[in-house]
Ligand binder design. Structure first.
Ligand SMILES: O=C(O)C(=O)C[C@H](O)[C@H](O)CO
Ligand SMILES: [Mg+2]
Length: 403
């Protein structure tokens, strides 16, 4: 069997998605998600110019060999563009292999470790009261875990909090980057009040999560972790930027609040020190941005040795192809923690027909051979690519900050 054809499909049913389709000489095909939010066309160029020509004629069943060919062969290792391109190939090849085996992907990985996959939803509001209403809506919809982000008095707009209550937030919401202004002191003073109000209204059973989105220094993160300890967060996410993995050692000394990190990581090496030192509790690196199933499986296996569980990134800027493959991975992986979930628009769901389903705060994996997600290429053509940029953040004195 040989790879006969491979091509990218860029579609924007509400937001941009990049999909790689690989077709064999025997008519079987697989698809992989290649969406790198805000840098979509860089991955398309990488795939079309440097990857696809090398795939033609190869045996699609040699997933491991093709992974190393693309990783080692590039010489220039790692990086989000390279690792997203490799991930798209890898995901498509696992899709093909599972279809050939006439098995849903989770079976090929080793079978079910669980019957269903717990997810967390996103509640945001302009203030604490509006936010609590959104948490209540999620609880009514069956969610067992909710990420909670509220507006902060004195900060005009914050990335991750919807512009209108009740609507999802969109990271890439402008042609060129929007600018926000950030105040760490206002934020630190407010967040404990938010979680006190959440526990007061919803009691102790609901799992609550919070994303700091890289905006603190280690000692500030340590303070926040300590101050929210009474509210028993499921996790505190990305409390500092993680290029300096040792920073987490400092935070860890000060707080028992569980720590999650890794949505911007693209390889095992970004997480190795964090995992081996047990400085984190959840690894968020997802299939699309870190070399696909083949590489993320290695990260999960290392994490499992150190009691670190998975909590894959899953915002709407990853396509249903990534979500579908992630649900198979989550169903199999022994050290599963939780899966992030932001529902896609109905237009996106129509472009990407899938067999996973949401039920009572969990995903139930499908039984279709492969990863269970397809693409309607005709429909995809109706939604052309539109440049969309992620925002930037500045401190009140104008210093460029993490957003
Ligand atoms: O889902 C999350 O936790 C995020 O932080 C979302 C990211 O900001 C988003 O994927 C950026 O494209
Ligand atoms: Mg995040």
């Amino acid at each position: 069997m040989k790879i006969e054809q491979a091509y990218t499909i860029v579609t924007s049913p509400g937001r941009n998605f990049v999909t790689l389709k690989i077709v064999t000489d025997q008519g079987e095909y697989g698809i992989g998600d290649a969406t790198l939010n805000g840098r979509e066309m860089a991955v398309v160029a990488y795939l079309e110019e440097h990857v696809i020509p090398t795939l033609i004629g190869r045996d699609p069943q040699r997933i491991e060999d093709i992974w190393h060919y693309l990783y080692r062969g590039a010489y220039w290792r790692r990086g989000p563009v390279t690792m997203t391109a490799i991930a798209a190939v890898d995901m498509a090849l696992w899709d093909i292999k599972a279809k050939l085996a006439e098995m849903p992907l989770y079976q090929l990985l080793g079978g079910k470790s669980r019957d269903r996959v717990m997810v967390y939803g996103h509640a945001t509001g302009r203030d604490i009261d509006a936010c609590l209403e959104e948490v209540a809506r999620h609880v009514d919809e069956g969610y067992k875990a909710v990420r909670v982000q509220a507006g902060i008095p004195g900060i005009a707009s914050i990335y991750g909090v919807a512009k209108k209550d009740g609507e999802p937030y969109e990271p890439a919401d402008a042609d060129l980057p929007a600018e926000h202004v950030w105040s760490t002191s206002k934020y630190l003073n407010h967040v404990p009040k938010l979680f006190a109000a959440v526990r007061e209204r919803f009691g102790d059973d609901l799992h609550v999560l919070h994303d700091v989105h890289h905006r603190l220094t280690p000692i500030e993160a340590a303070r926040l972790g300590k101050e929210v300890e009474p509210y028993h967060l499921f996790w505190l996410e990305d409390c500092v930027p993680a290029e300096n993995q040792e920073a987490f050692g400092l935070i860890r000394q000060h707080t028992t609040t569980p720590l999650a990190v890794g949505e911007v990581f693209n390889s095992l090496f970004d997480a190795k020190t964090l995992i081996e030192n047990q400085w984190i509790d959840y690894i968020r690196t997802t299939l699309t941005h870190a070399g696909g199933i083949t590489h993320v499986r290695r990260i999960a296996d290392l994490a499992g040795l150190y009691h670190v569980r998975t909590g894959f990134h899953g915002p709407t800027d990853l396509s249903p192809v990534c979500l579908g493959a992630a649900i198979h991975f989550d169903t199999w992986v022994p050290n599963f923690g939780i899966q992030e979930y932001m529902p896609h628009t109905s237009a996106t769901d129509e472009v990407f027909p899938h067999d996973y389903r949401f039920e009572n705060g969990h995903f139930i994996v499908g039984e279709t051979p492969g990863h269970g997600v397809d693409i309607d290429e005709q429909l995809a053509k109706q939604y052309p690519y539109k440049r969309a940029s992620l925002p930037v953040n500045r401190l009140e004195d104008g210093t460029l900050w993490h957003w």
